[in-house]
Write a protein that binds this ligand. Structure first.
Ligand SMILES: [Fe+2]
Length: 312
């Protein structure tokens, strides 16, 4: 594996929750992973008792995820979600039940919202216009995991800032541009609906950057950078601060068209290779979406509130 990155110093908890003294957010945003320090670890909102109350008042349309029992690096997200304990019981026994919980849309909660929306805005302000103009919505997810729990290998369509607030873990990130790690076929499958499409290749583990991630620090994970997590022998609480991007939505449409073409036996050109071909595919995607919208009686809306970046 690559040399271990060194951790920046943790800011004073009385100071703003995020600072960027070296310009890392501006310089490296969506180009490569990096570690940063933050000031959220001292906040009692992230104690388990308070998180249990948050889970109990989470609206069902926020669709919390939880999984019970041991999983492996190569498992899919479905692993451990059949016949599971209730969400409150899973959190209450998290120290002993080898589980992971993901509470979604937590920036919409009246108690957590002010802190998390402030953090969402700070990231965008530090990364600058390159990010602000590209963001559709921002969201924070709170991840609670048992001692030694594995989060399987996967990639995400959102640009992500993983903020560790309790406990330590090993966080492994791979190059988001290496098509021998995540193939075009795997990307097409992902955007066609299989969010576990990335296949872990043990022989490529040596190519990961291994972050010794401790509370008070975070990792930036660029869009589509594969990653997996090995929790240390402690309960972990982390916040996934992530953003849906216009640039990704565009690429996703092309991948979805390519997925259809591949099912017809063709070998489609990946996005970014042929600008004209991409435009044709985007036009086709718009036509298909229009027909679907008409047949469903209109465009479906989100059933929950969203955070969008404030104007520059
Ligand atoms: Fe992820």
């Amino acid at each position: 594996m690559s040399a271990l990155p060194t951790a920046p110093s943790v800011p004073d908890p009385s100071q703003p929750s995020l600072l960027d003294p070296t310009g890392a957010f501006r310089d490296h945003y969506n180009r490569r992973s990096f570690m940063f320090a933050h000031g959220l670890s001292a906040n009692p909102l992230f104690d388990l008792d308070n998180l249990l109350e948050l889970a109990k008042r989470t609206p069902p349309q926020h669709e919390p995820y939880w999984s019970n029992g041991k999983v492996a690096i190569g498992n899919k997200w479905e692993a451990g979600t059949g016949g599971r304990a209730s969400l409150p019981d899973t959190i209450a026994n998290i120290e002993h039940n080898d589980s992971i919980v993901i509470l979604k849309h937590t920036e919409q909660d009246p108690v957590y919202g002010p802190v998390l929306q402030d953090f969402l805005a700070r990231v965008v302000a530090f990364a600058g216009e390159q990010m602000r103009s590209d963001v559709i919505v921002g969201e924070t997810l709170i991840l609670i995991s048992s001692p030694n729990r594995v989060t399987p290998y996967h990639f995400d369509a959102e640009t992500n800032f993983l903020v560790q607030v309790r406990g330590d873990k090993w966080f492994y990130v791979f190059d988001h541009e290496d098509r021998s790690l995540v193939t075009n076929e795997e990307r097409e499958q992902y955007f066609a609906g299989d969010i576990s499409s990335a296949v872990y290749r043990a022989e490529r583990q040596k190519d990961a950057i291994a972050y010794d991630l401790k509370a008070g620090h975070g990792i930036h994970v660029p869009v589509a950078a594969p990653h997996w997590v090995q929790n240390s022998d402690n309960v972990s609480v982390a916040i996934s601060v992530n953003y849906e991007l216009r640039s990704v939505e565009r690429t996703a449409k092309i991948h979805r068209i390519n997925s259809r073409l591949r099912r017809l036996g063709l070998t489609p050109t990946p996005p970014g290779v042929s600008p004209v071909g991409d435009l044709f595919k985007l036009a086709a995607a718009g036509t298909i979406a229009g027909v679907r919208s008409l047949s469903r009686g209109g465009r479906s809306a989100r059933t929950y509130g969203v955070w969008t970046p404030p104007p520059a």
